[in-house]
Design a protein around this ligand. Sequence first.
Ligand SMILES: *Cc1c(COP(=O)(O)O)cnc(C)c1O
Length: 385
Amino acid sequence: MLLGADGELRQTIFGEMSALAASTGAINLGQGFPDEEGPIEVLDAARQAIRDGANQYPPALGMPVLREAIAAHQQRFYGLRVDPDSQVLVTAGATEALAATILALTEEGDEVLTLEPFYDAYGAMIAFGKATHVTVPLRAPHFLPDHEDLRAAVTDRTRLILINSPHNPTGSVLPRETLELIIELAYDHDAIIVTDEVYEHLTFEVEHTPISSLPGGFDRTVTISSGGKTFSTTGWKIGWIIAPQPILQAILAVKQYLTYVNGAPFQPAIAVGLGLPDEFFSGVASTLQHKCEILSAGLTSAGFTVSTPQAGYFVIADAAALGVTDAAEFCRSLPSLAGVAAVPVSAFVHPDRRGGFETLLRFAFCKKIDVLERAAAQLAELRLN
Ligand SMILES: *Cc1c(COP(=O)(O)O)cnc(C)c1O
């Protein structure tokens, strides 16, 4: 199978940690899926849609009710006017949106710039497209890119600047000045911005600013999001792309031969979700922040140096103060040491660029409060010496 440069290792570590959690009975905080159900209105809408017969191929762009809900959502939360009939495309999750975008917009040898660590699928998809993967590092404790690094990394060879804010795995949120710089660089070097915003509603103290809402942003940006993280429906795989029409058409030309369409009964259900009242959206974020605090306290008691994520499902903990030099190795013993499984941040980094990331672990806190309390208590007991 064709994989990214370190694809094999990533598969091994994720699979290995889940298998290890299962065999030792450890709490699995390695994988980032919620263990609680999302809003009942959304779940019921999918059941109803199946009963109502929404069981055949939906239109190629996605069902009008969902495209209209996506456009209304952009207007409601960000004041953005988007045409649901020419600027919105429903996809099989953010994953297909990313694949179709990268395959449609790059040619062999084009450079795709991402932040590093990066969501593991990016590396594989860039490799599928035979593009060249260039990265800018995000360093602890804030995990934000250095502006000089960004300026140096974007050149006339750069085809796509692929950002992810809020960011997985670090939980950082790109500040406005950085988004503005990225727009400037995209214009200067004729690059297209691709922004993965699947955690847009899961920010804690900061506001999410879509890069397409900033001056000049919309015309050069492919915005990707998904219902999975917001509505705890990661298995439904309903995502979407918002882009100017000519770019969207190019992506559709690829997408129609990937899945063509997907998830007929889930599309109207996600439309219901996007229209839920404000309290739903603020509630998901504040619940997650509370969960993050519970787990972070346990990690701190265990002796980790814990970062403060601004959003998302994950917290980064540095095990250097525990005398750990290789987080991947440490992750293999953590289930027996503390009854908790995590993944090493090196799984989100190129093998030849591990410097500075070797002692970092990623823990997921999108789990039930009692599960996190148990994990925190077990971690607090961790004594290495
Ligand atoms: C979960 C995740 C995705 C995948 O989203 P789907 O809608 O499940 O395909 C994409 N990007 C990031 C950063 C993610 O964390």
